[in-house]
Write a protein that binds this ligand. Structure first.
Ligand SMILES: *[C@@H]1O[C@H](CO)[C@@H](O)[C@H](O)[C@H]1NC(C)=O
Ligand SMILES: *[C@@H]1O[C@H](CO)[C@@H](O)[C@H](O)[C@H]1NC(C)=O
Length: 256
């Protein structure tokens, strides 16, 4: 009798978890795809922006940034964040273009949903964490910036903001990027408090986010976000199934 009961309940649990999988997965997946984070300058929803400026133009078919944001972020010490790239003298143009591209990705990409996290910050409600950046994007960023100068390893905190723009704190001396960021990983992961995680995958693999891409072949990050969203919501449903099974087993133990 008890054995039959167990079988019946297990069957119910499996049924419930299968039902849960079907009901939940598409819902979770769409929540992670084609979304804009809730931050300082993002639009509420992605959409076409025909006139996106210069380096942000690859996102014009579908973007989280407005035209004015895309224009402003190409300027030195832009009004967006009053952040000065030239805090230790002029940043080389070949280096600066990577920071502009990084900002275009951050402001414009509708594909960062799988890595959006809530934060308790005055200027934004959400951030990105551990976005798998393609290894070439990080490598070329680091190589092109080796000879420019900076005074800090984490650019998200610790600046002296008394003048209204970021200045090096008194005890932070200016040295080459190579001094503060000995490896590409130090740069790409350290710079913005782990917004990026350097991927071992290459551009075109479909498994890492590209900062640089040729829009003639569409946005390769659409597919990357889909792959990660699927993996993440799959794990979620599996977890739900196990939870239901556990609840049933606890019931059996209590009442059996
Ligand atoms: C911050 O910068 C101001 C000048 O803009 C300077 O007077 C002050 O000493 C600096 N403070 C620190 C802690 O670096
Ligand atoms: C990364 O890829 C390289 C070659 O593609 C391989 O030799 C290495 O073991 C990989 N590292 C990790 C951590 O997967």
């Amino acid at each position: 009798m008890a054995w039959q009961m167990t079988q019946l309940l297990l069957l119910l649990a499996l049924g419930a978890s299968a039902w849960g999988t079907h009901l939940r997965t598409p819902q979770d997946r769409t929540d992670l795809l084609n979304v804009c984070m809730d931050a300082k300058h993002h639009k509420t929803k992605p959409g076409p922006e025909d006139k996106l400026h210069d380096q942000c133009s690859p996102w014009k078919k579908n973007a989280c940034c407005s035209v004015s944001t895309s224009q402003e972020l190409h300027k030195d010490t832009s009004l967006l964040y009053k952040f000065n790239w030239n805090h230790c003298g002029k940043m080389e143009p070949n280096c600066k273009r990577h920071f502009i591209q990084d900002t275009c990705l951050y402001e414009c990409s509708p594909n960062l949903g799988p890595w959006i996290q809530q934060v308790d910050q005055s200027w934004r409600k959400e951030r990105i964490l551990d976005v798998p950046l393609c290894k070439e994007d990080c490598q070329s960023w680091w190589e092109d910036c080796r000879t420019s100068y900076t005074c800090k390893t984490n650019w998200q905190k610790g600046w002296n903001w008394t003048s209204g723009i970021n200045e090096c704190p008194v005890r932070a001396a200016c040295h080459t990027f190579e001094f503060y960021f000995p490896t590409p990983v130090d740069l790409c992961e350290g710079l913005w408090s782990h917004s990026y995680k350097v991927s071992n995958y290459s551009q075109g693999s479909g498994h890492c986010i590209q900062m640089w891409f040729d829009p003639a072949h569409g946005n390769p990050n659409n597919e990357v976000a889909r792959v990660y969203a699927e993996a993440m919501s799959g794990a979620g449903s599996h977890g739900t199934g196990l939870l239901i099974l556990n609840l049933v087993l606890i019931q059996l133990w209590l009442f059996g």
